[in-house]
Ligand binder design. Structure first.
Ligand code: IDP
Ligand code: MG
Length: 153
């Protein structure tokens, strides 16, 4: 089933010049970019986005981190993309994530971990709605869709 997921290149990713590297990995996998916004997320929006973590010891630091400098907020689309991207991102903390993953290759911090990716269809829908109006999300065909998504079985 075609899914959409919210991906945020967080402030450390932008500051460390890793936006291109991260987008490159998503593009090379064949996912379709359907929306993007470069913005400094407000404290209020960061709290809404991470509302599920309210009350946890890292909540204040987390929302300060997300709102401290610009982020690149995007929606990517593909069949089964939510789980595929989560696997590409790796474990939550850079120090725990496997080599080959975005965090495992590019980060080693306890809380600064470069990227957010939605973890379920329900959270993807909520998160996308928080950052984008429906008319800011493009609907189009990729010219190479036949080769990317084709199957012989
Ligand atoms: P995820 O980004 O892998 O989905 P979540 O558990 O949803 O991880 O946590 C949201 C964000 O909160 C993480 O990406 C990370 O930036 C931060 N975070 C999570 N756990 C900790 C922690 O134990 N210490 C510091 N920051 C944390
Ligand atoms: Mg999460």
């Amino acid at each position: 089933m075609t899914e959409q997921t919210l991906i945020i290149i967080k402030p450390d990713g932008v500051q460390r010049h890793l936006s291109g590297e991260i987008i490159g990995r998503l593009e090379k996998r064949g996912f379709k970019l359907v929306a993007a916004k470069f913005m400094q997320i407000s404290g209020e929006l960061a709290r809404q986005h991470y509302a599920i973590h309210e009350g946890k010891p890292f909540f204040e630091g987390l929302t300060q981190y997300l709102s401290s400098a610009p982020s690149l907020v995007m929606v990517w689309e593909a069949e089964g993309i939510i789980d595929m991207v989560r696997k590409m991102i790796g474990a939550t903390l850079g120090c725990d994530s496997e080599p080959g993953t975005i965090r495992g290759d590019l980060s080693c911090s306890m809380g600064y971990n470069l990227i957010h990716g939605s973890d379920s269809m329900q959270s993807a829908e909520q998160e996308i709605r928080l950052f984008f109006k429906p008319d800011e999300i493009s609907s189009y065909e990729l010219a190479d869709a036949k080769w990317l998504y084709g199957r012989n079985i």
